[in-house]
Design a binder for this molecule. Structure first.
Ligand SMILES: NC(=O)C1=CN([C@@H]2O[C@H](COP(=O)(O)OP(=O)(O)OC[C@H]3O[C@@H](n4cnc5c(N)ncnc54)[C@H](O)[C@@H]3O)[C@@H](O)[C@H]2O)C=CC1
Ligand SMILES: CC(=O)C(=O)O
Length: 378
């Protein structure tokens, strides 16, 4: 198969979808790998390293998109890339379609096979989301700490406190991968940390993991309100796989926070959990202030630490990419449940139920569409 790796074009997105060793891995299956010129530079990989690994360096994004049978990316395509969509093109990347109505429309109208990293599922876990959630969870606390500093618009507190002065309060809503990694760093800094989750079993696990340094609280509106209004830093880390994130923190709760407090809505890629987060921010312009509270809502946080993130991401994506390239999309989807769960668009339909529900599309199971295919459709 011909596999294309375009350079990422989202604001400050310095990750790349393949490392030179990933190229060698795909070449071992007999595949051709086209890498757009300078695609790896932001992550510290030169064109020469890709060439040594067996890739062809291609000057233009258009040529990569138009020649490849499968495009592997990091972030969802932006509007300027929709022109390359075509029937049967395999697109393997983060898609977050519940929050991307126009992209969903462009993918379905053009018959793209969209396989989303974030819904690939193994034993109820999301292995292609996990490493980036680990990165974002750890970053969320260091970013929050930075924006609590007065010159960055915050109230001017040090989360760790000092002898004789109280520590800061960190509230984390959602105790999955992002939440647990945020808790680890916040506890490491010495902050008072409260974490809320809907799932009591998960709270039990975290209680066992972190002991007395973490307060675990069941998630309901009253507990969320109490934890939010007492926090210096609130981190949004909830996920309902594939679906738009629920707005758990209301505008009224935010109004009750002390001025100069900070919100980091990591879940913004699925629409965010704060009513007051009304737009995605960028690494260039990461915050805005509403009701006196600093809001941070960058949807590609790991893009700021690309060397770590690219290696962590490609560690987990490459085996799936190789299987799709070896077998072709249809056979890979039929033989691997994890890949089947990743398929969000196929043959003009939305094939992931929560995305279809949130966007108001009819949901079609991908297997049904495959069964209906004429031999030449894909
Ligand atoms: N902004 C960025 O750059 C990045 C964003 N993310 C996003 O962060 C979010 C969280 O991801 P993960 O931690 O990997 O998900 P996860 O599935 O590991 O954890 C989500 C947690 O939310 C909990 N939850 C669900 N409903 C809840 C509620 N009403 N109240 C409290 N907790 C609730 C679940 O029980 C689960 O423990 C996702 O939207 C993910 O895409 C991940 C990486 C980077
Ligand atoms: C999860 C995701 O969307 C990211 O790492 O950018």
């Amino acid at each position: 198969m011909i596999i294309g790796i375009p350079k990422e074009i989202k604001n400050n997105e310095n990750r790349v979808a393949i490392t030179p060793s990933g190229v060698s891995y795909l070449k071992s299956g007999g595949h051709e790998v086209l890498v757009e010129q300078n695609a790896g530079v932001g992550s510290g990989f030169t064109d020469e390293e890709y060439v040594v690994a067996g890739a062809k360096i291609i000057e233009s994004a258009a040529q990569v998109w138009n020649t490849a049978e499968m495009i592997i990316k990091v972030k969802e395509p932006l509007a300027s890339e929709y022109q390359y969509f075509r029937k049967g093109l395999i697109l393997f990347t983060y898609l977050h379609l519940a929050a991307e109505r126009e992209l969903a429309k462009a993918l379905t109208e053009n018959g793209v096979i969209g396989i989303a990293y974030e819904t690939i599922e193994v034993n109820g876990k999301l292995p292609l989301l996990t490493p980036m959630s680990e990165v974002a969870g750890r970053m969320a606390v260091q970013i929050g700490a930075q924006f609590l500093e007065k010159p960055h618009g915050g109230k001017g507190i040090l989360l760790a406190g000092v002898p004789g002065v109280k520590k800061g309060n960190v509230t984390i809503i959602g105790g999955g991968i992002v939440g647990a990694n945020a808790a680890k760093i916040a506890i490491g800094l010495g902050a008072n940390v409260t974490l809320l989750d809907l799932n009591p079993e998960r709270l039990r696990e975290l209680d066992n993991q972190f002991g007395a340094s973490l307060s675990t609280v069941i998630s309901n509106p009253a507990n969320i309100e109490e934890a939010v209004i007492n926090a210096d830093l609130v981190i949004g880390a909830v996920l309902i796989p594939g679906a738009k994130a629920p707005k758990l923190v209301t505008e009224d709760m935010v109004k009750k926070m002390a001025p100069g407090s900070v919100i980091v809505d990591v879940a913004i890629d699925q629409g965010g959990i704060f009513e007051t987060v009304d737009h995605i921010t960028t690494h260039d312009n990461p915050t805005y202030v509403k009701h006196g509270v600093v809001h941070y809502a960058v949807a590609n946080m790991p893009g700021a630490v690309p060397r770590t993130s690219t290696i962590a991401l490609t560690n987990v994506t490459m085996p799936y990419a190789l299987q799709i390239a070896n077998q072709g999309a249809v056979a890979a989807i039929e033989s691997n449940y994890a890949i089947k769960q990743g398929v969000n668009t196929f043959a003009g339909k939305i094939t992931y139920a929560p995305v279809a529900k949130d966007l108001g599309y009819d949901y079609k199971p991908v297997q049904e569409l495959i069964n209906n295919l004429s031999t030449t459709t894909v």
